[in-house]
Structure formats: structure tokens, C-alpha cells
Design a protein around this ligand. Structure first.
Ligand code: ATP
Ligand code: MG
Length: 629
């Protein structure tokens, strides 16, 4: 009361002015906060928001300049984001350096009446710009977790006063708003970024999936393809559809001649390809092959590489091309190209990437295809060679027979006898041509065994005659024990060859001491059994277990080691098995050929057994019939 009473009208007016000023100030502050608040809710652009905040701040605290720095933690730098009151848009300073740098480091505000009196103040900037900093206020910008994310700095308060504590509070309030804006924007940005990443990943996945599907389809198609043409058509069809091209072509250089062939695919005209012989350097794909680099041209009008005879074959005008060479091991195998994208667009990067994938796939498929064709050819040649050597081996039998009969003919006194021998010679020639036919049939890929019903009586009677001829002049007795009423199914020529080979081995084994060669045959259950036994020294132990392999021979001059391999093969072809038993008293080979259940009753044959040689069991078994040939 005393004070009121003592205050004069002048003083009262002054305090009223102060109150009014304070009120206006509060109103300005609340207006600024309202504006900033609603801007935070509406404005999307961070810079606009920060500029608004900083503008209000400069006005409220009456600063000449205001700067907002953001902290780049990775580099340890402050970067000016928004500057109010001057032209310069970007200032960088190290954390810990200068006043703002110090605030960023400590997280504490600094208020200075005369900046030049403070050692932490860096005058360089003033020196550079000619500005004179007097007083200043710098406050940290903290996010909701209390971390410093930047600094707000105001310079040179208008009038003569320095920045006050109230100003510091003002900066603190608005810097909180700024921090919220920055946080929101960062959150939004990171959401947008994540969203974009997700979208990109999704697109990438879809693209990869599409590419994989295409490659899978291509892989399937090439695996099914029985020729290079089929392979080319599959690849062209797939890639034309995938890249929405109007047409496509695949050019390949022939392996041996180097001649160029182009397969032209124009789906609007035909689902098939057109095969075109191309001269070197003719057309776009030849250019790609020669230069060895891909091309992607959206406007081909007037291009000198266009060739009427090649690109002119399409039903549409070739305006754009995407083509790439097919890489070979040393030089280009060929080239593949897409022509004129549908609706006149240009081929894009995705098309190029896809064509690249397809071309890699196609060139691998072409190389594999060619390699396998080559392998097949050489395998066939090898087998023909092997077969020939076997046939030549078995030529011995009919040749020996022929020379035997010819000698007999020489000595034969009468014509009917000579005619009989001549008949035998002709039979042997038939045998020779049958063998020859076998090789030719194989070379043509038509070989199969010729199984038919055979009377054992007749079969072994013929065989006996031939063997006797071979045995002439040797101390070897031939004994046959045949169930002559049996009719069995087998390839007559082949089985005769097998028995001849076994018999010859037996004769060779007994050559020195002589002995008995016995052949037995008859049915055992469902199988036809033929055994050939000798009284020689038995199988040499060093080749036991390898007996039926080709080129395994022992203890013989001039042995090729093919005889038993041939026997084994013949038995296999009949689905049968072979067993051998051997001891120092001799060797015995037993063939078993399974017989289909009899559908017809064999005709009765009165001659049952030709000869009765006792069946001797020869001890240990050495080789089982399943040995590889
Ligand atoms: N009955 C047998 N008694 C003793 N050893 C035998 C008999 N049969 C085969 N062998 C042995 O098995 C080897 C292989 O016989 P194989 O008929 O396959 O070839 P090879 O007779 O040596 O030559 P070739 O190709 O001229 O027939 C013979 O070298 C021989 O050592
Ligand atoms: Mg032999």
C-alpha cells in the first residue's frame, strides 16, 4: 500500500507500459507456439517447418540472425540447415569447435554478452563475411530421448540489451518444437524409405521369379529338344513372349563348316521358324557376332547393317533391335536378337538382362548338344570297332570249315560227294554274311537277336560236322550228349558261335596232351542248358575272375582274349547266364538260356541221344556267369 501510495502518475504509467509490453510478448509467444503447433500437424516439408520456427524465434528474441545446425554424428560435424537473416546457406563446423560446436558437445546452452571475450568463439566466420558478432545465445536441440541432435544459435540482439534468461527459455521452448518436427520428419522419411525398399525388393523378387520361371521353362524345353532346331524354337518363342518383341532370330555357325544359319521367328506369321542361310557379314546378327558385343538400338532406320534378305523377311518393319552374341569357348557360337518391341516402345534394361540370361543358357545348351552328338558318334564308332574285331575273331570258325571242306572236295572221288561239300562251303559263306550283316545292322542302329524255334538234333548234328572237321588230325575225342527230342528257342547263329568259341578254347587247352571234348545239352526246368567240357589243365589261376572281360588271355600265342567275352555277350542277349568250373583235370563252361513257357508242342523226334558220355562233376567253381565283359 505504501509503495502504491508513494508512486506518482509517471511511475504508474511506466509500470502499466511494462505490463502491456509483457502482455504483448506473451501474446506473441503464444501466437508463435500456436502457429508452430498447427504447422507441425500440417506441413510435410521439414525445411519449411524449421524456417517457420526459426523465423518466429528470431522475431521473439529480437535477434539479427538465427541459425539451426543439425548434428552429423558419423562425421562429428554440425551442418547449418536453416539460416535466417543472411545469405549463406551452408556452414559446417566440427563438434567441440566454436560456440555451437561446444553446445553440441556438452548439451548445455551458452549465453554471451560479448562473444569476442570468449576463447571458445571462432572469429574466422566473421572475418570471412565481414559480419561482427556481438552478443549471442546458443542452445542444444534435443529429441524426446534427450539426445542432442543439433544446435539453435541466435546472434546480436536488436537494441542495446544482451540476450536474457527469458530469451533462453524462449529458445528452449521453440527448439523442443523444432526437435519434434525433425524427429517426425525423420520417422516419416525412414518409413517412406522402408516402404520404398520393400517395394523395390518386391519388384526385384517378382523380376527374379519371372526370370527363373523363364529359365526353368527354357531348361525344360532344351532338355526335351531332340535337335538344335527344336532348341532354337523353344528359346525364341519364350524370349519373344517375355520381352514382348514382334519377332526374334537365332543365328548359329555350323560346327564343322562355319556356315551361318539363321532361324527367323515371326509369330504373327507362323508358329514355326524359317531357316535362312546367311553369308558372313549379312544382317544385324552377323554384325553382333563379328563385333562380339551386344547392341540395343531403338531407331534402325537407315542403318547400313540392316539387310533386306535377312531383316526384310519379317512381316513387320524392323525398327528396333536388342541383340547379343552367344559366347562360345573361343569365339562367338552365334547371336540371338529381338526385333521391334510391341507398341513401338524401346527395349529396356530388363529386356536386356533377360536376353543376356537366355543367351547364356542357349549357348550352354548348344555346346552341350553338340558335345553329346559328338560323343554319341564316337561311341558308336568305338562299338562298331569292337564288334568288328569280334566278328573278325569269329570269322576263324567258318574260314577253317571252308578250307577243310575245300580240301575234302579236292580228294572227293565222285560228283555227289563234291556237291555235298560244296553245300557245306556255301553254308559257311552264309554264316560269314550273317556276321557281316550284324555289324551293318548295328551301325544303322537296328540290331537285335533273332530268336526262333530250333531242333537240338539238327542244330548239334551240324555243329558236330563242323567240329569234327576242325578236330581232324588232333588227338582229341569229341563226345556229344544231346537230348535230341528238345526244341528250344534261341538265335541259332549266335549260340553256334558261342559253342564254337568254347570248343576251340577246350581244344587249345588240350592241344599238347590230347583228351576228350564233351558237349552236353538238354532242358533243365525252364532253361536250355549247354555245357562244354574238356580234360585239359584247367583255367590259369591268374585270370580267374576276369575270364569274361575283353582282351583277357593267358598261356596262348596269338590269343586275343575275345572268345569268352563274345560268349558272355551272346548269353546276355538271350537273358541267360554262364558258369565255369575248373580244376587241374579240366574246365567246364555251362550256359543256361531261359525258355519261354511252351506255347506249342514240339514235334516228336525219334532219335533221342546221339552219344552217351557220362556226366562228371569237376570240383571247384571259379567264375560265376555274371562277370563283366
Ligand atoms: N577250356 C579252357 N581251359 C583252360 N583255359 C581256358 C579255357 N577257356 C579259356 N581259357 C583261358 O581263358 C583265356 C581267355 O579265353 P578267350 O577265349 O576269351 O581268349 P583266348 O582264347 O585267349 O583268345 P581268342 O580271342 O583267340 O579266343 C584263355 O587265354 C585261356 O587262358
Ligand atoms: Mg578263345
Amino acid at each position: 500500500m505504501t509503495a502504491n501510495r508513494s508512486a506518482g502518475p509517471a511511475e504508474q504509467a511506466e509500470s502499466l507500459d511494462q505490463l502491456r509490453a509483457a502482455l504483448m510478448r506473451e501474446q506473441r509467444i503464444s501466437r508463435a507456439l500456436r502457429e508452430v503447433g498447427s504447422a507441425l500437424g500440417e506441413m510435410r516439408d521439414l525445411d519449411d517447418l524449421l524456417e517457420l520456427i526459426l523465423g518466429h524465434l528470431a522475431e521473439l528474441v529480437g535477434a539479427d540472425r538465427a541459425t539451426l545446425y543439425l548434428l552429423d554424428e558419423v562425421r562429428g560435424e554440425l551442418i547449418s540447415r536453416i539460416v535466417v537473416g543472411q545469405q549463406v546457406r551452408s556452414i559446417r563446423m566440427k563438434v567441440g569447435h566454436g560456440i555451437a560446436g561446444y553446445v553440441a558437445q556438452t548439451g548445455m546452452s551458452i549465453r554471451l554478452g560479448d562473444a569476442y571475450q570468449d576463447d571458445r568463439f571462432d572469429r574466422t566466420w566473421d572475418a570471412l563475411t565481414g559480419y561482427r558478432t556481438k552478443n549471442m545465445l546458443a542452445a542444444p536441440l534435443k529429441n524426446h530421448r534427450g539426445q542432442t541432435i543439433g544446435v539453435i544459435q541466435v546472434l546480436n540482439k536488436t537494441g542495446s540489451a544482451d540476450f536474457s534468461e527469458q530469451d533462453e527459455q524462449m529458445v528452449s521452448v521453440l527448439s523442443t518444437q523444432a526437435a519434434v518436427a525433425i524427429d517426425n520428419s525423420r520417422l516419416l522419411l525412414s518409413l517412406i524409405q522402408k516402404n520404398r525398399q520393400l517395394l523395390e525388393t518386391k519388384e526385384q523378387l517378382e523380376r527374379t521369379l519371372r526370370d527363373q520361371q523363364l529359365l526353368l521353362d527354357l531348361e525344360r524345353a532344351t532338355a526335351r529338344a531332340s535337335s538344335l532346331e527344336a532348341l532354337s524354337l523353344a528359346a525364341l518363342d519364350l524370349v519373344t513372349r517375355a520381352c514382348s518383341a514382334q519377332g526374334a532370330a537365332l543365328q548359329l555357325a555350323e560346327e564343322d563348316t562355319g556356315d551361318l544359319v539363321q532361324y527367323v521367328f515371326d509369330p504373327t506369321r507362323s508358329e514355326d521358324m524359317q531357316r535362312l542361310g546367311v553369308k558372313a557379314g549379312e544382317g544385324l546378327l552377323s554384325a553382333v557376332m563379328n563385333e562380339g558385343v551386344a547392341i540395343d538400338l531403338s531407331d534402325l532406320r537407315g542403318d547400313p547393317r540392316l539387310c533386306d534378305r535377312v531383316e526384310g523377311t519379317y512381316s513387320f518393319a524392323v525398327e528396333s533391335v536388342l541383340a547379343t552374341p552367344l559366347e562360345g569357348e573361343h569365339n562367338a557360337l552365334g547371336a540371338i536378337g529381338l526385333f521391334s518391341k510391341a507398341d513401338g516402345r524401346a527395349f529396356d534394361e530388363e529386356d536386356a538382362a533377360l536376353l543376356q540370361l537366355v543367351s547364356a543358357n542357349v549357348s550352354t545348351a548348344v555346346r552341350l548338344y553338340r558335345a553329346s552328338a559328338e560323343r554319341e558318334r564316337s561311341e558308336r564308332l568305338t562299338t562298331i570297332g569292337r564288334l568288328l574285331s569280334q566278328v573278325i575273331h569269329d570269322f576263324k570258325t567258318p574260314m577253317t570249315a571252308i578250307s577243310g571242306y575245300v580240301q575234302l572236295m579236292q580228294d572227293a572221288p565222285d560228283a555227289p560227294r563234291r556237291a555235298e561239300y560244296a553245300e557245306e562251303v556255301l553254308k559257311q559263306f552264309d554264316q560269314l554274311s550273317a556276321m557281316q550283316r550284324e555289324v551293318l545292322e548295328f551301325a544303322r542302329g537296328e540290331r537285335s537277336i533273332f530268336v526262333r524255334r530250333v531242333y537240338l538234333r539238327k542244330f548239334f548234328a551240324d555243329l558236330r560236322r563242323q567240329l569234327e572237321l576242325e578236330l581232324q588230325g588232333r588227338p582229341i575225342e569229341l563226345q556229344l550228349d544231346i537230348d535230341t527230342k528238345v526244341v528250344a528257342r534261341f538265335d541259332e547263329g549266335r549260340l553256334a558261335r558261342a559253342i564254337h568259341n568254347l570248343a576251340r578254347n577246350g581244344m587249345e587247352a588240350m592241344a599238347e596232351r590230347g583228351g576228350v571234348l564233351s558237349i552236353r545239352s538238354g532242358k533243365d526246368g525252364d532253361a536250355l542248358v549247354v555245357s562244354v567240357a574238356d580234360t585239359g589243365p584247367g583255367i590259369p589261376s591268374e585270370i580267374e575272375g576276369r575270364l569274361f572281360q575283353s582282351f583277357v588271355t593267358a598261356g596262348k600265342q596269338g590269343g586275343t582274349g575275345l572268345g569268352l567275352a563274345i560268349v558272355k555277350k551272346i548269353v546276355d542277349e538271350h537273358g541267360g547266364s554262364i558258369e565255369v568250373s575248373s580244376s587241374s583235370r579240366g574246365a567246364e563252361f555251362t550256359l543256361r538260356l531261359p525258355q519261354p513257357p511252351p506255347t506249342d508242342v514240339p514235334s516228336q523226334d525219334p532219335n533221342r541221344k546221339e552219344s552217351a558220355a557220362g556226366h562228371r562233376n569237376r570240383g571247384r567253381a571259379t567264375d560265376a556267369g555274371k562277370a563283366p565283359t
